[in-house]
Design a protein around this ligand. Structure first.
Ligand code: G3H
Length: 480
């Protein structure tokens, strides 16, 4: 049995235990033991957290931007100081390899610093009235961006630190306060990140961490009148539910994906295979942007599958503590789901090129060939290491199958013909298209957009700052 700490929640700059005395156990996906407990807080405790945020936000929005910037820089510094401690918690809690967990912390510090610099260089606008017919020069509009108030930030388990900060940093630098509801599996990592925040000495109440059962505080938070904006990353079903509950407040949703890799006959197959294997299998495919289907031209399919098999069989499998690429999935039910997609495809005639081996929640990297449109894995998102190959006879067929998905996050096109790449990219219904590269969110200042079932609104540093502010127009009427 590991040393199991009970973590407190964070409100108005203080660490507290819930008045219920109830906690939620967090089990490690690979140690299969409880690694800590978090507070199961009540609705009343949520009310207090939101009141603290509202109070803190008023003064925070008033202080000079340079001062807000210096606190955020300090937070980035404290994260770097705590990188090993936080990485170890991420590894134990969500089963990410230690190397990737440490990279996540460093990426987060970089993200915070870039967010500050972006905000420091964003400016308002002014307009004169006389450019409109009949308008007067004496009317001048000053257009500035102002904070929204209290932002509810809900990140997913797979980037418990980075995707939390991707919401917290833009919110704070632009003058908002935050209610941070971590994913339950990921809550300890989120709390550790807030320990770094606490060390940075921010004014009290700017970030309040609420942990608890979704069934008790989930909808309550989303429907709360004190929340002015929601930024959520997670599954499409939860995102859709949240959008229905939230009512008329600004929302940014980053949801699931079924990113295709379209491989044309003229592709550099070696490069395509390297990119696809890394894109599909890092962190066992538990990424919204993982490549989740290959649409390959039938004339190069056999050659490509041979290369893929060799590359996939080189992937290391096992404990995240040994920096393996393929690690146990977040829980047993996630592994059951991936296995059900594999089994369904095999029953309907898909062939196993490699993989289809399972030890509890560890699924070996699996490549399925001869996948057809009647199989669930052609459409559903495994969020695990199972990759289907659909053979196509033309670009048109690839585009048709790519667009028939309910999702629209990203797509990759592999080809040496740049004109064809652009013409296919123009027809794809996704937020981004990668030419000759894997699908991925970063670099983090690029706009990151999901359409259809993959979300609404945009992230990426500049876009996130915009989404957490609104334009405010003040009109000056000169009298002479
Ligand atoms: O899981 C969703 C993340 O936004 C993916 O980010 O492409 O950097 O792994 P990533």
């Amino acid at each position: 049995m590991l040393n199991s700490t009970t973590y407190k929640f964070y409100v108005n700059g203080e660490w507290k235990e819930s008045q219920t005395g109830q906690t939620i156990e967090i089990k490690s996906p690979y140690l299969h033991e409880t690694i800590g407990k978090v507070q199961a807080i009540t609705k009343e405790e949520v009310d207090n957290a939101i009141s603290s945020a509202q109070e803190a936000q008023k003064q925070w929005a008033d202080i000079p931007l340079q001062q807000r910037a210096s606190y955020l820089y300090k937070w980035a510094e404290e994260l770097v100081n705590m990188q090993y401690e936080i990485a170890e918690i991420i590894m134990k809690e969500v089963g990410k390899s230690f190397k990737d967990a440490k990279n996540e912390v460093i990426r987060t510090a970089d993200f915070i610093r870039y967010t500050v610099e972006e905000a420091l260089h964003m400016h308002g606008q002014s307009m004169k009235g006389d450019s409109f017919p009949g308008g007067s020069k004496s009317k001048i509009a000053i257009i500035e961006r102002v904070p929204l108030g209290v932002v509810l930030a809900i990140p997913p388990f797979n980037y418990p630190v980075n995707l939390a900060a991707a919401k917290l940093a833009p919110a704070l630098i632009s003058g908002n306060a935050v209610i941070f509801k971590p994913a339950t599996q990921g809550a300890i990592s989120g709390i550790k990140m807030i320990e770094a925040f606490h060390k940075a000495g921010f004014p009290k109440g700017l970030i309040n961490v609420v942990t608890g059962r979704g069934s008790v505080i989930g909808d309550y938070l989303v429907e709360h009148k004190g929340i002015d904006m929601i930024s959520f990353t997670g599954g499409t079903n939860t995102g859709t539910h949240l959008a229905k509950k939230a009512g008329m407040i600004p929302l940014v949703l980053e949801l699931g994906g079924k990113d295709p890799a379209i491989v044309r006959e003229d592709a550099d197959l070696e490069n395509a295979v390297q990119q696809i294997v890394s894109g599909a299998f890092s962190y066992s495919g538990q990424r919204c942007t993982a490549i989740k289907r290959i649409l390959v031209n039938e004339n190069v399919a056999d050659e490509m599958i041979g290369l893929l098999k060799a590359e996939i069989e080189k992937l290391t499998v096992g404990s995240p503590a040994e920096d393996n690429t393929i690690v146990p999935l977040i829980d047993d039910s996630s592994a059951d789901f991936v296995q059900s997609l594999i089994d369904d495809a095999i029953e309907k005639g898909a062939t196993v090129v490699t993989g289809n081996k399972r030890e509890q929640n560890l699924i070996y990297p699996t490549l399925l060939d001869q996948v057809t449109e009647d199989m669930r894995i052609a459409w559903e998102e495994p969020f695990g290491p199972a990759l289907p190959v659909i053979r196509v006879s033309s670009d048109e067929e690839a585009i048709h199958i790519a667009n028939a998905s309910e999702f629209g996050l990203q797509a990759s096109i592999f080809t040496k013909d740049i004109n064809k790449a652009f013409s296919i990219a123009n027809k794809l219904e996704t937020g981004s298209v990668q030419i000759n590269g894997k699908t991925e969110r970063g670099p983090d200042h690029f706009p990151f957009i999901g359409i259809k079932g993959s979300g609404m609104g945009a992230q990426g540093i500049h876009k996130s700052i915009e989404s957490m502010t609104r334009e405010k127009v003040t009109v000056l009427n000169l009298t002479d």
